[in-house]
Ligand binder design. Sequence first.
Ligand code: FES
Length: 544
Amino acid sequence: MSGASHTQNTQLSEAKNDRAVGADEEGVWHDLGVLDRLEANGRAVAKIAGHQVALFQTAGGLYAVNNRCPHEGYPLVEGTVKDDCVLACNWHGWSFDLKTGKTILGRDPVKTYPVEKRSGRVFVHIVETPASTVRTEAMAELAEAMAEHDYERIARSLCRFEMAGGTYEDAAIWVLNWSEGRLERGFGHAHAGLTDWISLAGADDELRFVAFLEAFGHFAWDALFSPKVVLVAAATTFTAEALLAAIESMDVETAVAICTAGLDQGLGFSDIKPVLLDFVFSHYAGFGHPAIYIGKAEEMIVHLGQRVEGVLCRQLVRYLCLAAREDLIPEFRLFGNLLENPTALSGGALVAQELSGTSVRQLLPKVAASNGNNHEKWDVLVASSALDMLKFEETLQHGIEQSIAQNTGWLDFTHAITFAEAVYTHASLNSDLWRSGHLQQACFIGRNAKSLSVNTFEQWRVADVLVFFATQKATLFDMDAGEYIYGVHRLKLITATERLLGIVTIETGALLVAALNRYLSSGLRQRHPARTAFQARASVTREG
Ligand code: FES
């Protein structure tokens, strides 16, 4: 904008005493009188029945639009008019068709108002947009924003939807259904995050807005990098055996079709869940995520209602089909053998300090043969996992010239805790699952054995647990953890640890909180340029 036009704009008048002069079926005409400033400057702003309206008189006609730019709210009356009917906002360059309000450059459209000049007097027709229309438009904007991962626009559209009477939960249901055709692996961290964000926000409306925004952003981000999913129709019948067999054979299409058939015949999550758990506790797979995700899905249904049961079941089935079968890796094959062939030996009680630092091959038989009740064994394994976090040799995060098998990071440790919470959730309802749960906990502890150093418990011990959790949870709502995957793991571990405190012994609880304290206070390595290049060269060279 030129200096001259800027001076003009700062002198723009406001019509403060407009008169409503007649209502029709849709709205009310307001008489603004003769607007000298509009005549002199070609623009003016007026407050009319709670609306701030920018008026433009150009060679193309007289136009009225909302004065607040839909991008960040700066005054459009200060904008630049081009070609008689295009208005460019001078703050970030969005431009609008003054006739229709449609965006020419930018995203959200601006609201327009019918405007007329009668005998030199300006009349503006104020039409209150029905709330249902606002909600429909907001959801259309949300769809566009999700497709582009436009975080600020996701926030604006969600806000408009909620202010027009929509609920965050309804928007979340839409997001889940939207994600089904967009997330190749089905269920993922974004789902788990959505569940935990909703729980964490509770009833506080401001926190709820942040929580749903962050969760939706995560879905949008993951969808950006995922191939589209071709959804299959159910052309089969449901049996639990057939579903389990399809998951076992990693036959995604068949498994999802069988699941869909079951849902079509009226089955719900509670009917499908036993099949999923049967698979999950028969394998060490997906780095513990399958057990975690089933619990998060069940919790999400409590938050969002039965309407999400179908999509969550199908996404879980897809995820389980595609989960890495780690129990087939040589290091973990003993898991399957011990699960199928329980040992008759008695190996005594487990001791956390003795388990930490023990390899998978030594640890699995020890846990399989151990004495003690299920809860006690689980507690000791939780304590050992927390101890591992306190002994993690953090410098290993930064190694460069090493094999891929030597890569170690904080998330290798945090999953032992979130998985342990999932084991408790499922096994406390079905004691048959404890045995597999214990062995899988041992797999986590054993795989981290080579990455430990000295115990830092005293350094990270937390004196006031209540204050600690209150502070950490508040921090989550304004964290800057980089990519969503890192933020969501902070969220998941805080959530899991707080829940575990109500279940574990006092000693184990102290270790858990100290471990969480250390993790949250530590620098989390997110990118490894030099290591990635080194390992890529080593790997590609071996390809021959
Ligand atoms: S505020 Fe108008 S383009 Fe940014």
